[in-house]
Design a protein around this ligand. Structure first.
Ligand SMILES: Nc1ncnc2c1ncn2[C@@H]1O[C@H](COP(=O)(O)OP(=O)(O)OP(=O)(O)O)[C@@H](O)[C@H]1O
Length: 270
């Protein structure tokens, strides 16, 4: 079990006159898959960087299992809070995929045998078992993302944060990501993902947090969130096309998938 609590967090970058995050309060509990959405520059990445101490709040605090994140360094939080950067080039720095996967757990003092076991499992989970000897620079952008995810999962953190993992992923990449999210849920991890891919978000998350201008506008289950087209418009969030179509047809039921659309259509023509 793990808990994350963000209490009245406000933040502005030192070189900026304007505040990025305004009095944000949120909490997450074990097994939750949460997507944070909202237009570019609204503070999603800035918010997630507070969860392992990359950034420190101006006011307010973040508690992981009731411990203030500020009380430890980012490196000390690594075993508990895994952070996958938006750009894998900001994260990968070794000359083989295997070394990237081994680096985290070996620095945590995990015994060699356990590390080997983890690498076998994680490399399969992220689809990198054939690329372990490759230099990360030789990987495709999609593979680099999975390598970066694998490097974080190899530390077995209870909180996993991924910034834009769907960026540059094709259908099979998104399918693999969905499988990873499913696995993390079975392990009761908290998984917080920043994404602009509304279809991926509606299909794979239990909860969606909508941000605009450093504020939380909506926070709830996908159906609840996407039943607020006016508020989403304010956040410059475009619902998945199928949801949009149903709303334009004037249906009160919030539709999130093609199968739901067909079911609703059948009811209406009967
Ligand atoms: N290191 C920085 N120094 C100064 N300002 C920054 C820095 N990083 C981000 N910002 C600014 O803070 C605001 C929020 O940025 P942030 O990256 O958190 O938004 P975001 O919602 O994650 O955007 P995106 O969806 O494009 O990733 C933006 O105005 C951005 O220009």
């Amino acid at each position: 079990m793990v808990t994350v609590k963000i209490e009245n967090l406000s933040y502005s970058y030192k070189d900026s006159a304007t505040s990025v995050l305004h009095d944000i309060s949120l909490s997450f509990s074990s097994g939750e898959r949460v997507a944070i959405i909202g237009q570019n520059g609204t503070g999603k990445t800035t918010l997630t960087k507070h969860l392992n101490g990359i950034l420190t709040p101006d006011t307010g605090r973040v508690l992981i299992d009731n411990v203030n994140v500020e009380n430890k360094t980012t490196a000390e939080w690594a075993s508990k809070v895994g952070y996958v950067f938006q750009n894998p080039n900001d994260q990968l720095f070794l000359d083989t995929v295997k070394k990237e996967l081994v680096f985290g757990p070996s620095h945590l003092g995990i015994p060699k045998k356990e590390i080997q076991k983890r690498i076998r499992f994680v490399s399969e989970l992220v689809g990198m078992q054939e690329e372990l000897a490759e230099h990360p620079l030789n990987l495709t952008d999609s593979e680099k993302k999975f390598c970066a995810i694998g490097a974080v999962l190899a530390m077995d953190p209870n909180v996993v944060i991924m910034d834009e993992p769907t960026g540059g992923q094709d259908k099979s990449g998104k399918y693999r990501l969905a499988k990873i999210l499913e696995y993390l849920k079975t392990q009761q991890k908290i998984c917080i993902v920043v994404s602009h891919d509304m279809r991926f978000v509606t299909e794979n998350f239990d909860r969606i947090v909508v941000m605009a201008n450093g504020h939380i506008l909506l926070d709830g289950a996908p159906k609840e969130v996407f039943s607020n087209p006016q508020v989403l418009k304010e956040a410059f969030v475009t619902p998945p096309p199928i949801t949009d179509l149903a709303q334009k047809l004037g249906w009160e039921t919030t539709i999130l998938s093609i199968s739901e659309f067909i079911e609703e259509l059948k009811k209406r023509v009967q």
